[in-house]
Design a protein around this ligand. Structure first.
Ligand SMILES: [Fe+2]
Length: 221
């Protein structure tokens, strides 16, 4: 009997030369972090859903003719007041997967504190679109051209946000200006947890191309 045969593990069928096995093991160690980053989204930790807030009384009763992403141009009229700003972000699910086709709507008061709504007496400046809609692309991105929100009658600066997917209404909330001195006096702001405030308050920062705010929207879908 050829006794040396028992020196090999009997359960293995690996015929790869030892040198190649060591190289493969080393490569696995190097690639492991990269493979984790490339792992399917469902294996990563879940995000926190963007908190809901009240719709308030001024969602348009009739959507305006011009309801595109640019609130600073209503029809052929430009709105000259306030601080122009880009508002943008990504709509995703709890795993960070972009939600293509999500319809993001925003509405806010004009620089003098008036909404396009019968309940606000028709005082809003017609040059300010006041309401806009943008559809998230395949990467989940949306973008609006609007103005940095301003305060009105007891409210701190805010922009109302609603998100729909097809006929489903998935989220209604409000975004705030991080660091605004009026936040601490706002009744809705005061009712929020610290975590909700952190999710709904975004900085409006000035860069080379003007003021920008990034508002990520996370939906529990
Ligand atoms: Fe409001």
């Amino acid at each position: 009997m050829r006794r040396f045969c028992v020196l090999k593990p009997m359960h293995t069928t690996n015929t790869t030369p030892p040198l190649l096995q060591r190289r493969a093991a080393a490569a696995a160690l190097v690639l492991a972090p990269a493979l984790w980053l490339c792992a399917p989204a469902q294996t990563r930790p879940a995000l926190r859903a963007t908190p809901m807030q009240t719709e308030g009384p001024f969602y348009p009763t009739v959507l305006p003719k011009d309801a595109d992403f640019d609130l600073l141009k209503n029809g052929d009229q430009n709105y000259p007041k306030g601080q122009a700003a880009w508002l943008e972000g990504i709509v995703s699910d709890l795993n960070g997967k972009p939600i293509s086709g999500a319809q993001v709507e925003i509405w806010q008061c004009d620089h003098d504190g008036h909404y396009h709504h019968p309940g606000d007496g028709g005082k809003a400046d017609q040059r300010f679109q006041g309401f806009g809609r943008a559809v998230a692309g395949s990467d989940g991105r949306y973008r609006f051209r609007t103005m940095r929100p301003v305060p009105y009658s007891g409210r701190t600066p805010h922009i109302h946000v609603k998100v729909k997917l097809g006929q489903r209404e998935l989220l209604t909330t409000q975004l705030y200006v991080a660091g605004d001195a009026g936040n601490a006096r706002d009744f809705l702001w005061r009712s929020m947890s610290d975590a909700d405030r952190a999710a709904l308050a975004v900085p409006f920062t000035t860069g080379n191309d003007g003021i920008r705010a990034n508002f990520p929207i996370v939906l529990a879908v």
